[in-house]
Design a protein around this ligand. Structure first.
Ligand code: AMP
Length: 525
C-alpha cells in the first residue's frame, strides 16, 4: 500500500461528516491491506506511530520534527513511498538512543520524509504528532474493522477489551475472521483492560443496587496494577496497560515468593506507605514510577504495600465469567489469604457504615461495593462495582429555585447552587432538592420568595444572599454550567446563617479541588 493512497483515504475521511461513510471508506481500505501492513496502517489511523501494545517509542519532539521538515529540500513528484517503508523508517528512528541520539534521529527522519511528496509529508506529520483530525475515533475504527472482516461490531469491541490494541484486533479479524475473534480471550502476559467502578452517593445506594447484599472492600488510593505470573516469570501492567514491572521489583519478588499457582492473573492496587503502614499521597507513588535509574534506591525510599482484590485467571483457567464471590475464593487460595484488600460482607447497614468509617479512619478514600454475583467485565464502568467516597463540602449560594411538585408542591424546593466567580458574580455548579427537613423547606421558601428578582412560573431567580453548605462526592467537568463544573450527589448539609455570599467558596477554590482529585485518584481511563 502506498502512502499516497493512505493520504487520499485520510483526506476523504476528513472531508466527510458521515459516520457511515467514514466506516465504509476505512473498511474498504483495510480490506486492501497486506497482512504485514495491517499493524502500521491501523496504528496510523488511530494517530499512533506504533501499535498500542508495541513498547517502542519514537522520542521525537515537536521541535525536532519542525527542524527536520524545515531542512527538507522540495519533495519528489511521484509518490512511491509505501506504508512498509514508513514502518521501517520509523523503527530505525525509534531504535537510536543514548548520546548523539537526537542527531541520528533527525537524520533518519529526514531520510524518510525526504522521500515523501508534499501531501504525504503533511499526513506523516500528523501521524508523528498524533493529530490525525480525520474524525475516525476508536469506536468507528472498530466498526470499520468489523465491516472489513464481516463480523459483528460487538465481537470486535469485545476482542479490543482483551487485547487493548486495535492493530492486533484488526490483524486477527482480517486474517482469521469471526472464529479468530471469537477465540480471543484472557491470555497470560497480554494485559486486558481493568474493570472500572461507578460513583455512588452513599452506601445505601450500593446496597440497593446489589439487591440487599454486597461486599465492601477498602478503596486504596494508589495505582492499579494487573499482575501476570507463570512459573517464575512475573510481569506487571498499569491501569493504562503500560508495563511497570521494572518499577516494582519488590512486588515482583512478593509474587514470585508467595503466589501458589502455576499461572495467575491478579488485579490489585499498590500504595506508597509511610511509618506504621499509613498510606502516603499518590504523588509519592509516582516518584517510584518516574524513576528509571537506580530503581533500588526508589524501592527503599518509597516502600509500597500491595493489596489484591481480584483473580482473573488461575492455572490457565480464565475466571472472568465466574461470579466475583467465587473469584475472591480463588484469590484467597492463590495468596493463602495474604495481601488481600480489607473486605467485609456486612450483615446489616450499621456494619457497613462502621466498615466505611474504619476505611476513612485508616486514611483511605472510601470503600468499593461489589456485587457478589458479578462477572469480571474488562474495561467497563458499571453498577456492579460502586465506589463510595468520603463526602467533601463547599459553601454555595442559592441563585434560583424551582417550584416543587407532588409532596413538595407549594415549596421552592430545588435549589440552584453557585460559587463565586472571578468577576464578582456567581457561577452555577449544580442543583439539589436533598437535605432539608419539611420545616426548613417552608422557611426557605418564604425567605427566597422575599429575595425573588424574576419568576418564569417554574423557576424563581433570587438575589444571591443565602449560603448553604453542600456535601458532594465528586467534582465533575460539565459543559452544562457556565462554571465548567458540576457537583455530583450534591445535598444541603447546613444553612450557613453565619456566612454571607462574599464568604462562599470561589470558582478558583473549586478548580483547585477538582485538580486535587486527579493528583490523588479518580483519573479517568
Ligand atoms: P476511580 O479511579 O476513582 O474510578 O476508582 C477506581 C479505582 O480505585 C480502581 O481503578 C483502583 O485503582 C482503585 N481501587 C482501590 N481499591 C480498590 C478495590 N478494593 N477494588 C477495586 N478498585 C480499587
Amino acid at each position: 500500500m502506498r502512502v499516497a493512497e493512505f493520504q487520499v483515504l485520510c483526506r476523504r475521511l476528513e472531508a466527510t461528516p458521515s459516520r457511515l461513510a467514514k466506516v465504509e471508506l476505512a473498511a474498504e481500505f483495510l480490506q486492501r491491506l497486506d497482512v504485514d501492513e495491517i499493524p502500521s496502517a491501523v496504528a496510523f489511523l488511530s494517530g499512533r506511530v506504533f501499535p498500542a501494545s508495541d513498547p517502542r517509542v519514537l522520542e521525537v519532539s515537536w521541535a525536532t520534527l519542525a527542524e527536520v521538515l524545515h531542512a527538507l529540500v522540495p519533495p519528489p513528484a511521484g509518490g512511491s513511498l509505501t506504508l512498509l517503508d514508513v514502518a521501517r523508517g520509523l523503527a530505525a528512528v525509534a531504535e537510536v538512543s543514548g548520546p548523539g541520539a537526537r542527531r541520528a534521529k533527525v537524520e533518519r527522519l529526514g531520510e524518510l520524509l525526504g522521500r515523501a511528496t508534499a501531501d504525504e509529508r503533511e499526513i506523516l506529520r500528523r501521524v508523528l504528532l498524533g493529530e490525525m483530525r480525520i474524525g475516525l475515533h476508536e469506536g468507528l475504527l472498530e466498526e470499520a474493522i468489523a465491516r472489513a472482516a464481516g463480523a459483528d461490531p460487538g465481537l470486535v469491541r469485545r476482542a479490543a477489551l482483551f487485547r487493548s490494541d486495535l492493530a492486533e484486533v484488526a490483524r486477527i479479524a482480517l486474517t482469521e475472521g469471526v472464529p479468530g475473534l471469537q477465540a480471543v480471550g484472557v491470555r497470560l502476559f497480554v494485559p486486558l483492560l481493568p474493570m472500572l467502578a461507578e460513583l455512588a452517593g452513599d452506601l445505601s445506594e450500593a446496597w440497593e443496587a446489589h439487591g440487599g447484599r454486597t461486599a465492601l472492600e477498602f478503596k486504596y488510593d494508589g495505582a492499579r496494577i494487573q499482575l501476570h505470573k507463570a512459573g517464575d516469570q512475573v510481569r506487571i501492567w498499569s491501569r493504562r496497560l503500560t508495563e511497570v514491572t521494572g518499577s516494582l521489583p519488590d512486588v515482583v519478588a512478593i509474587a514470585a515468593r508467595e503466589l501458589r499457582a502455576g499461572s495467575v492473573i491478579l488485579d490489585g492496587e499498590v500504595v506508597a506507605v509511610g511509618p506504621g503502614d499509613r498510606p502516603l499521597p499518590f504523588q509519592e507513588l509516582m516518584r517510584r514510577f518516574r524513576r528509571v535509574h537506580d530503581v533500588d534506591a526508589a524501592v527503599r525510599e518509597v516502600p509500597v504495600a500491595l493489596y489484591l482484590f481480584d483473580c482473573i485467571l488461575v492455572d490457565g483457567r480464565p475466571l472472568i465469567d465466574e461470579p466475583y464471590g467465587k473469584r475472591w475464593e480463588a484469590l484467597e487460595q492463590v495468596t493463602g489469604g495474604r495481601r488481600l484488600a480489607r473486605r467485609l460482607v456486612p450483615g446489616d447497614a450499621a456494619a457497613g457504615e462502621a466498615f466505611f468509617a474504619e476505611a476513612l479512619a485508616a486514611g483511605h478514600e472510601g470503600v468499593m461495593a461489589k456485587a457478589l454475583d458479578s462477572p469480571y467485565a474488562p474495561g467497563s464502568r458499571g453498577k456492579r462495582w460502586l465506589k463510595v467516597k468520603r463526602a467533601e463540602t463547599a459553601d454555595c449560594v442559592i441563585v434560583a429555585a424551582d417550584r416543587g411538585s407532588g409532596r413538595r408542591r407549594g415549596w421552592l424546593s430545588n435549589y440552584h447552587l453557585a460559587v463565586r466567580d472571578e468577576a464578582g458574580g456567581f457561577a452555577p455548579v449544580g442543583k439539589t432538592f436533598k437535605g432539608l427537613t419539611d420545616r426548613e423547606f417552608v422557611e426557605m421558601t418564604a425567605r427566597l420568595q422575599a429575595l425573588a428578582v424574576d419568576d418564569d412560573g417554574y423557576t424563581v431567580t433570587v438575589s444571591p444572599e443565602v449560603v448553604v453548605e453542600v456535601a458532594y462526592n465528586e467534582i465533575q467537568r460539565s459543559p452544562r454550567y457556565r462554571s465548567g463544573f458540576a457537583l455530583r450527589f450534591a445535598r444541603v448539609t447546613r444553612i450557613r446563617e453565619d456566612k454571607g455570599p462574599a464568604q462562599a467558596t470561589t470558582l478558583g477554590e473549586l478548580r483547585a479541588l477538582y485538580e486535587r482529585q486527579f493528583a490523588s485518584k479518580g483519573r479517568r481511563g
